[in-house]
Design a protein around this ligand. Sequence first.
Ligand SMILES: Cc1ncc(COP(=O)(O)O)c(C=O)c1O
Length: 365
Amino acid sequence: MTVSTAGPAAGRDAATVQGEAGIENAQIGDFTAHMVTLRWTEEDGWSGPRLTGHRDLSLSPATAVLHYGQSVIEGLKAHRQPDGSFAVFRPDAHARRFRESARRLSMAELPEELFTEALEVLVAAEQESLPDRPGYSLYLRPFMFASETNLVPRPARAYTVVVISFLIGSYFGEDTESLAAWVCRDFPRAFPGGTGSAKTPGNYAPTMPAQQAAARAGCHQVVWLDAVERRWVEEMGSANLFFVRGHGSEQVVVTPPLTGSFLPGVTRDSVVAVARELGYEVREEPVDVADWRTGCEAGLITETFGCGTAAVVTPIGRVRDGDTEWRVGEGGPGPVARAVKERLLSHHHGLVPDVHGWRHQVGRG
Ligand SMILES: Cc1ncc(COP(=O)(O)O)c(C=O)c1O
């Protein structure tokens, strides 16, 4: 099973730059041919975006990011529209989070218009070079790092932003697979007052031993609990979590409230809106891991699913917590997850009116 909640997609490492293998042979996971760069210095402010081919960076070994970790990332997608153009999904929300993440690390804040302009430049360049096949979307990865050459541990005085992209499946019309989740009891991912709500690489490296432990336990993804009580469910891998309580007209869709110690997912926000569009009641409520188990066992919790830019909507079929294991619903994708996913993909691909102003059109159209 290749259920992936983080890119590059489909269990394949993105290693090839599209173009090396020829456009017609481009595959999911291939990096696209271009990248965009912006720079900031204390003296001159922002310059760029500058479009070049996707290429290696050349860095001094004394580049500040390599020593003190001032770095932030984003992840968003551009989807083909019925007229063949691309629309970037919610660039404004990602631009805002990029700024907020940068602020948390005392880095320069990229103005939201420049963030969006950089994406436009890149997507417009790729639009010309990609095969016009409906199965592809573009995963866009903006990142910023402290590029000053300096070993003094203070906020850097120069930053570089780069945006690269790779091909990702559009998942439209594909059936959803469910995954097995492993509850991490050994260590928390984030803590109150920490950096859990910022998208910074330093939040990801320490989670890798837990990912390996989950794999050893036969599970695909790690579920994180709060750091203080080790009781409240926060998020999973690179996804936020939703729970479906009850049946029929009593059904309620629940997601943990934002506490500052996990990522405020743009997809989380979209799923709340989409579930409401579909007529579901949505509540933000803390979810106790013990209640998750007993709720599933008693048939009170009928579905749990993760959601994120890469994951889209990924149902959880089975949960492992130490020696205990439980099944969610029937163990496969449930009707709410299926309906939410289909509706969200329709928003991505321009198949429903853009009532929320989520699609930022690039190129034709
Ligand atoms: C830790 C974490 N949580 C949640 C998410 C989902 O966020 P979004 O929906 O903005 O992709 C991501 C992915 O970016 C993530 O890395």
